[in-house]
Write a protein that binds this ligand. Structure first.
Ligand code: NAP
Length: 249
């Protein structure tokens, strides 16, 4: 029997990277998974990659109407939600002095505002014993030049988890954060910077990782599955780093 047998799960931003790997791991462990992302084609490919017990619902976490539609569908089809992995996130590099209003709004809208309303709007469907996992980053506590807005958004996620752990205790809902280090996903290419700039950023990041390499999405997914399962039943309000030791330095 899988660790998530019979559970109904939602993973936002599940069309690529950590979200997709988590959807695959959740289904292997017996869950049925709703997967979201903004681009229908990528989402269709991702759902096909999961293969069974998964459904794609296109939508933007920064759009509250999309979130309402998503939860109306889950409520209508399943009547409840057992696990929420609020994973959708974006980032780009902009040093202080060059931060644009557009990129500031985009990052905060998705990583903080979108995550907050993803969680808030899930609550009517979450039953006693439900689990919420938020996606943070090592950038909650370590610095990277050019990532101040992204890092602030992720530090905000960690703060939300602390407050929500208190606010949701009477409903027996557990909230935890998974914080990946540099992980080999498409997120870097999506910054729009030239390949050599992206590669330099990755090389500099990996140089700070005692494991000496990037993480793999499946490695983060296994940690998310741990936080989503009863194996972590007495764990609340933690930030679990999956970072090859980066934050220990
Ligand atoms: N990779 C790393 O090194 C690393 C390190 C630390 C933390 N993280 C965090 O891990 C999470 C997943 O990132 P990843 O590395 O797996 O990147 P990724 O491969 O780019 O995946 C991001 C996912 O989020 C979706 N997404 C982005 N904006 C969205 C929005 N507004 N609404 C709904 N879905 C949205 C993307 O699909 P669409 O673009 O189609 O919407 C995609 O499915 C993020 O929160 C990221 O900050 C990543």
């Amino acid at each position: 029997m899988g660790k998530l047998e019979g559970k109904i799960a939602l993973i936002t931003g599940a069309s690529t990277g950590i979200g997709l790997a988590s959807a695959q791991e959740f289904v292997r462990e017996g869950a049925y998974v709703y997967m979201t992302g903004r681009h229908q084609r990528e989402l269709d490919i991702a759902v096909a990659a999961v293969g069974k017990n998964a459904c794609g619902v296109p939508g933007d976490v920064a759009n509250l109407t999309d979130l309402d539609r998503l939860y109306t569908q889950i409520g209508g089809e399943r009547g409840r939600l057992d696990i929420l992995f609020a994973n959708a996130g974006v980032g780009t590099f902009e040093p202080l002095g060059e931060i644009t209003e557009g990129n500031f709004d985009m990052i905060i809208n998705v990583n903080l505002r979108g995550l907050l309303f993803t969680v808030q709007k899930s609550l009517p469907l979450m039953k006693n014993g439900g689990v919420i996992v938020l996606c943070g980053s090592t950038n909650t506590i370590v610095t990277s030049q050019g990532l101040s807005v992204y890092s602030a958004s992720k530090a905000g996620v960690r703060s939300l988890a602390h407050t929500w752990t208190q606010e949701l205790k009477d409903r027996n809902l557990r909230v935890n954060v998974v914080s990946p280090g540099p992980t080999d996903t498409p997120i870097f290419k999506k910054t729009g910077f030239p390949d050599e700039v992206v590669q330099t950023f990755i090389d500099n990041a990996v140089a700070r990782v005692p494991a000496g390499r990037m993480g793999r999405p499946e490695e983060v997914a296994r940690a998310v599955t741990f936080l989503a399962s009863d194996d972590s039943g007495f764990i609340r309000g933690v930030e679990l780093f999956v970072d090859g030791g980066m934050t220990s330095l």
